[in-house]
Design a binder for this molecule. Sequence first.
Ligand code: PMP
Length: 492
Amino acid sequence: MKYDNILQTVGRTPIVRISKLAPEGVNVFVKLESFNPMSSVKDRMALAVIEAAERSGALKPGQTVIEATSGNTGIGLAMVCAQKGYPLVVVMAESFSIERRRLMRFLGAKVVLTPAALKGTGMLAKTIELAETHGWFMTRQFENEANADMHSRTTALEILADFEGERLDYWVTGYGTGGTLKGVARVLRERSPHTRIIVSEADNAPVLASGIPQPHNPDGTNASHPSFRPHPIQGTTTDFIPKLAQDAVDAKYIDAFVGVDGALAMQRSRELAQREGIFVGISAGAACAAALEIAKNAPKGANILAMMPDTGERYLSTPLFDSVQTDMNAEELAISRSTPSGQFEAAAAAPAQASAMQMRPDGEAAAFVESAVRDHAVVLFALKWCEFTWSVRRMFAELGIPYHSVDLDSGAFQKDDWGGRVRRALQARTSVATIPQVFVGGEFIGGTSETLDAWRTGRLSAELARAGVEVEAEPGDPSRFLPAWLQPRAAG
Ligand code: PMP
């Protein structure tokens, strides 16, 4: 196929059947939005809002475009603005991953960072201030009807065409702005009324499923929704109900919600990659998890379609890739040593040198570790979204163990690689490279397995008592705190 410009390649994404993860007799399909030119569903929205604004005159030739975004929207806009010749300013909290900033800058956008402490609302306030001060065009993706309209015109029609002559029983989607949800659902209701519309939401943040209306600040702006909790399913379920998502609720488009655990979403994403060869992000994993949940009770022969919003490549520095090592593991070394040539034995000095360099003492970081361990009875050196960290958090919460958490990947620790320095100082002290690491009363307990085990054996209770922490941590079985896929199978 030949095109005049890259924008013509947006949309018309393939639908692929998943064969191994789906239960027998039920047809589960995924629509791969990663086939868009910048590898996400947001290319559709970016193209639509810019072209709608061109048509209405809201965007003038050469005018600067500005938007607050953490990722896919900015990347899509950067592509569209580059092709059409609009300068783009993306406002982004400093805590979002570095590769996203670099991707947008690579496409010619300017990225203005806001302090992590100001969160989404601070990011938005800065965007509005800049747009008003300089007369820039704001795309307002959360309420822009052009976002939903594009999905009615393209995504929905693609789905109908691909299921022509067949019955689509369930359509499963998450929501960020709600553009996909509102735009596709409105067409399905009309032209495929038997299709049940299923929305996946982070199970710890049932913002829509709770039915609790969006609260507002006295000045009319959105307040944080009471059901929101941080979750790792990036790009979906923000801390407020976007207008487009609310429209879908009001129109009664949503037939059911499926709450998805963040760890399960990541697990499904890994399974899609490793068992189906389908490489997608975390929100796609969540939609897949929801679709498989629906499939469990679906009648034989049912057709289920789930939306896969983006590529897994956007998550290299997130917990999705936490368990993927960089160096050869024992199994890989064994493969390498199974034939004589090209082995790494001779070159082993190089990595050793590198790690010696990494281990160069860093007094400030080491002092920080020491004082954290000294000043708090229970300390958890953690990664915010690591499933193993959650395991420890869940156990501490249930047992009522108060603890101090040092979140090495939090916004405050990203500046100048402070989190990395503290992590290396911690490794130098404990000789353990993995996170989380737990200390009680200055004693190093270990990582997740050791800490969970310490509860089983009674060591945890003893150390807590020694440290003067009064809790009822009678020895017990901690296996339920492990990430879902590591738990004993009995519960199914
Ligand atoms: N998943 C990811 C990774 C996203 O970036 C987005 C968009 N924010 C969505 C899902 C949801 O799409 P929509 O905004 O159309 O609801």
